[in-house]
Design a protein. Structure first.
Length: 56
């Protein structure tokens, strides 16, 4: 399977905080992001879908 590079910009304090959380779980931020995207693709929805439902 061909891989694609994804780059994002986040504030340093957010990146550092996330790195620490994932480190405590035995993950790198890259691994955690890959897991997140895999779950979204497999489930067909994001964990944020309830926050962004169109208003009727």
């Amino acid at each position: 399977m061909m891989e694609k590079l994804i780059q994002i910009r986040v504030e340093e304090e957010i990146r550092n905080g996330a790195d620490e959380v994932f480190r405590q779980e035995g993950l790198t931020t890259q691994q955690a992001v890959k897991m997140f995207l895999t779950q979204v693709a497999n489930n067909g929805e994001s964990p944020f879908h309830d926050l962004f439902k169109p208003k009727a």
